[in-house]
Design a protein around this ligand. Structure first.
Ligand code: DGT
Ligand code: CA
Ligand code: ZN
Length: 577
């Protein structure tokens, strides 16, 4: 899809303008347009000129650039900027933690032209002698290079899942398949993915392999055989396709779904029962008689286990639980009744309340909470106390007109660098829901960040901590903080944690969400929607929840709005006794 390409170009233009010290509003306009195009649910090539103009943040000028790009494959502005600015500068800027200013200094003062050179200078501590570059910046650059190297190997699931689904659809439509399934870490919905594994069966394997290796999506064929082929997609992602006999399909699917650790445990169990388990099926050790393998369920049946959902197959105790018959009944998308983290036009979202309500109703929700940013976030057009009160009046008026749906009034209040909240408590207490989160000072010491979060957790008016660890997949590590202490405080105060479903965040992750459940810390799953298609990200939040063994009752936004409000307001009552 051209959407990603155009978004990338607009971001590149913004980077180059930033290096040039151009007008910040112009820079922001490009970034906003890039974000909105990236999040578009439709292929931009299929839109008319008028429809392109309807994308939030796209005016005549940008629409023309898009049309030109679709016609000619270039955007003139980018070409012109590239001629003005050395390309090496962009390379240096691709390191997380290196902004345009730093990149410029590194390039001009030390003549650094590649990431390798940057790494050499940074590890020899030769950067912090430069003007405007602190010791801490140098450390962050070293960390950034590490992230970049790691990021090249693993990709956020939000990037990979749509690609995999597209390929599966393509193969289903164009090749003679009997069955096809996504396997590997992607079927387990792991938050980052190394490569895509697909298992399929067909009466004409040669033909399927030919169609697979000749797909228009393929950049390079690594291996092409009758049972296994591997290709690299244009996006740089590897896909392995395995064709197996129909009779072994279930066993192969189980084997290639993994995890490796889960499979090893199953094989050990089989051996103890005098059975042999492999990717072809499950057999009697004594006479090689095949007992099953056509369906995945066969394997678990024959081992005397209930079916174990792919998200649980990590050898984190799921097999032991299955043996006892006490596997969790995992939460599913249909259990979610509303979204508790949604931005509107009032701050940096793209839509009016009416538009958001309509989209939420179409999803079958019975409520959403509008949670715009607070005033300290100037870049996001955050709300003052006065504007919040004004917002309150509008929401009340709108709710009178709605039936069977409730628009909750909330806020995403910024936790300032000293730990205080960015809005008066007098106003916070009038809202339905208050979520608090950190948006600055990510690099503070562990003691500072921990105490900031602790004061928000203890505040009687804060019900939810949003994106609690602050990680951005492939870009930013979680805050350096004392997570044990933070979880203990949430447990004690009855403050909920958010599983932020935005694919670049997925924060909390599965490990901490599982721990939160064990500690009876309330959880919510929210999308942090800024533009309507973001609401679909709920599925990624659900995947984290399922990998964390969560059931419907562990998640607050499976409740009706009335019950939800009663439950979260208990915190204020408990703390005032
Ligand atoms: P990743 O790193 O995101 O690609 O994670 P996976 O789990 O997709 O790992 P991958 O692609 O290396 O292998 C796919 C599945 O194949 C894996 O989950 C289990 C199975 N598998 C691969 N190698 C082995 C092995 O050496 N032993 C066993 N038992 N299973 C394996
Ligand atoms: Ca894989
Ligand atoms: Zn937000």
């Amino acid at each position: 899809m051209k959407n990603q390409e155009i978004a990338k170009i607009f971001n590149e233009i913004a980077d180059l303008l930033e290096i040039k010290g151009d007008n910040p509003f112009r820079i922001r306009a490009y970034r906003r347009a890039a974000l909105n195009i990236e999040n578009l649910s439709k292929n931009i090539e299929s839109l008319t000129k008028e429809e392109i103009l309807e994308i939030p943040g796209i005016g005549q000028d940008l629409a023309e650039k898009i049309n030109n790009y679709l016609k000619t494959g270039i955007v003139q502005t980018l070409e012109e900027l590239k001629n003005q600015i050395p390309e090496e500068l962009l390379t240096i800027m691709s390191v997380p933690g290196v902004g345009p200013k730093t990149a410029k200094t590194l390039y001009e003062k030390l003549n650094i032209k590649s990431i390798e050179e940057l790494e050499k200078f940074a590890s020899a501590h030769k950067l912090s002698s430069l003007p405007g570059i602190k010791r801490k910046t140098e450390e962050n650059i070293i960390k950034g290079i590490e992230i970049l190297k790691k990021g090249r190997k693993r990709h956020p699931i939000g990037k990979i899942m749509p690609l995999a689904v597209e390929i599966v659809n393509y193969l289903q439509k164009n090749s003679p398949l009997l069955k096809i399934d996504i396997a590997g870490s992607l079927r387990r919905w792991k938050d980052t993915i190394k490569d895509i594994d697909i298992v399929a069966t067909s009466k004409e394997p040669q033909k399927v392999m030919q169609i697979f290796t000749e797909m228009p999506h393929v950049k390079e064929v690594l291996l092409s055989g009758p049972t296994k082929s591997s290709v690299i997609l244009k996006e740089g992602i590897q896909i392995d396709l395995r064709l197996v006999d129909e009779d072994s399909y279930g066993a192969a699917l189980a084997y290639f779904t993994g995890s490796k650790e889960h499979n090893i445990k199953l094989r050990e169990m089989a051996l103890k029962k005098g059975l042999r388990l492999n990717e072809y099926g499950i057999f009697k050790e004594s006479n090689n008689e095949k007992l099953g393998g056509k369906d995945e369920k066969d394997i678990y049946d024959i081992l005397g286990l209930p079916y174990i959902e792919p998200e649980l197959r990590e050898d984190r105790g799921e097999i032991e639980l299955a043996l006892k018959g006490s596997l969790p009944s995992l939460i599913s998308l249909e259990d979610i009744k509303g979204d508790l983290h949604v931005h509107s036009k009032w701050s940096d979202g793209s839509h009016t309340f009416e538009e958001l309500v309509e989209a939420a109703r179409a999803k079958g929700y019975s409520y959403i909470a509008v949670t715009d940013h607070s005033k300290g976030l100037g870049v996001a057009n955050g709300l003052t106390e006065d504007r919040l009160l004004e917002q309150s009046r509008e929401i009340k008026a709108l709710n009178k007109k709605l039936s069977g749906f409730k628009l909750l009034h909330g806020v995403e209040v910024d936790i300032k660098s000293d730990g205080s909240l960015d809005l008066d408590e007098g106003v916070l207490k009038t809202l339905d829901i208050v979520i608090a989160s950190i948006h600055s000072g990510f690099k503070q010491s562990s003691t500072q960040i921990t105490s900031r979060l602790l004061s928000a957790i203890k505040n009687p008016y804060v019900q939810i901590i949003a994106h609690p660890t602050g990680r951005l997949l492939g870009e930013r590590e979680p805050y350096d903080m004392d997570i044990d202490e933070i979880m203990k405080a949430a447990q004690l105060n009855g403050t909920a944690f958010e599983i932020n479903a935005y694919p670049a965040r997925l924060d909390l992750n599965d490990i901490f969400a599982k721990k939160a459940k064990e500690m009876s810390i309330p959880l919510v799953i929210s999308t942090d929607t800024h533009i309507i298609p973001n609401m679909d990200y709920m599925r990624y939040g659900i995947s984290i929840a399922r990998r964390a063994w969560l059931e419907k009752d562990d998640v607050l936004n499976t409740l009706s709005s009335d019950k939800l409000i009663v439950k979260i307001k208990k915190k204020i009552i408990n703390q005032s006794i």
